[in-house]
Unconditional design. Structure first.
Length: 349
């Protein structure tokens, strides 16, 4: 039987190798090769590349009751996905999403057992059952073992998608039973065109954000759409660059004022990781500027401050700073207090 070619509208930019592969699978869902759709997928890659967006739309197209999965489909299933572009969570009886609780370090075995029980139930729409596991690299050992038992005996029309930015943290026994789809950073020009044509951004705005996002389209769209998030992002860059004119006490005070006093939870650790990644990008810019590669810098809006920073530090100083940031990121993984980690970098700038 000839495979029908689909022309689906993915609200996503870049990584066409992933969406084209998924479209080939989707084209078979109504023929004798539909069995290729059963099983487990791992969406792997750095944060903010759109892995969750692709997973959500794959689920939408898979559960669509029409044959072509058109973007304007109004079938009973697609109505549950009508708010996806607004960032809303899916509320569909045949698609279930689990993720790590903010208050916890790992996804618990109870959470995975509950998901498995749901996936073992009959489909509400006589279709597929889909489980999406976000932060899959945080599965506890017991949770991973419980999931493995399900993967060893896959059921027809059941699909599990694990989303991770750390493939090495996924047990080999799970990886060996899954199809790994790798997401890669997207060219700056591609993100620029997407912001310009799809986001309706102004040219200067698109240029700044596309470079600032460093190949991460989901981050670019968040910076463009969420002005508060954009301002906080800029504030983290400014905080780092201001360290050059401050003594240790002033730096610690600046960090304390930025972080504030609040309950410490796993979400704070995630935010600290993002802060370190932003600082790492700025430090990399300083290194590039130091050696006359300023045309490559990520944060062009701060070029004057980056130039000043690079002039007041040797290349070896900046390399050491980059190493310290990398060490700090490992401290976060080892559950060192997030504020202590941020301060450790600030005092060494």
């Amino acid at each position: 039987m000839e495979t029908k070619k689909l022309n689906l509208k993915w609200p996503h930019v870049g990584n066409a190798h992933v969406t084209e592969y998924l479209e080939r699978l989707l084209a078979n869902k109504h023929n004798d090769r539909a069995g290729q759709l059963t099983g487990t997928f791992i969406f792997n890659g750095p944060e903010d590349l759109g892995k969750t967006t692709v997973a959500n739309y794959f689920a939408k197209f898979l559960l669509c009751q029409a044959t072509d999965g058109a973007d304007d489909c109004e079938c009973e299933s697609c109505k549950f996905f009508s708010d996806l572009e607004m960032g809303h969570e899916i509320a569909h009886g045949d698609c279930h999403i689990v993720k790590k609780d903010i208050e916890k370090k790992n996804i618990s075995v109870e959470t995975i057992r509950e998901l498995i029980n749901v996936l073992n139930m009959s489909s509400f729409l006589n279709s597929f059952k889909i489980g999406i596991i976000k932060d899959a690299d945080t599965l506890s050992d017991k949770a991973a073992n419980a999931l493995l038992k399900t993967l060893e005996e896959p059921k027809k029309n059941v699909i599990i998608i694990l989303i991770t930015n750390d493939l090495d943290a996924i047990p080999l026994t799970i990886k060996s039973r899954a199809k790994v789809l790798n997401f890669w950073p997207v060219p700056v020009d591609t993100i620029y065109d997407h912001l310009l044509n799809n986001g309706k951004a102004k040219r200067d705005e698109a240029k700044i954000i596309s470079r600032m996002s460093l190949g991460r389209p989901a981050l670019a769209m968040k910076l463009f759409r969420d002005k508060d998030y954009y301002q906080k992002y800029l504030a983290q860059i400014e905080l780092f660059l201001n360290f050059i004119d401050q003594d240790i006490n002033e730096r610690l005070e600046a960090v304390n004022n930025f972080i504030g006093t609040k309950k410490v939870d796993q979400d704070d650790t995630r935010e600290a990781k993002k802060t370190l990644e932003i600082w790492e990008g700025v430090a990399r810019d300083c290194f590039l500027y130091k050696y006359s590669n300023n045309f490559l810098i990520q944060n062009g809006e701060f070029e004057t401050s980056i130039k000043k920073f690079s002039m007041q530090r040797t290349g070896a100083d900046i390399v050491k700073l980059l190493k310290n940031i990398k060490i700090a990121k490992n401290y976060l993984i080892a559950n060192v207090n997030f504020k202590t980690v941020i301060e450790s970098v600030a005092v060494q700038v």
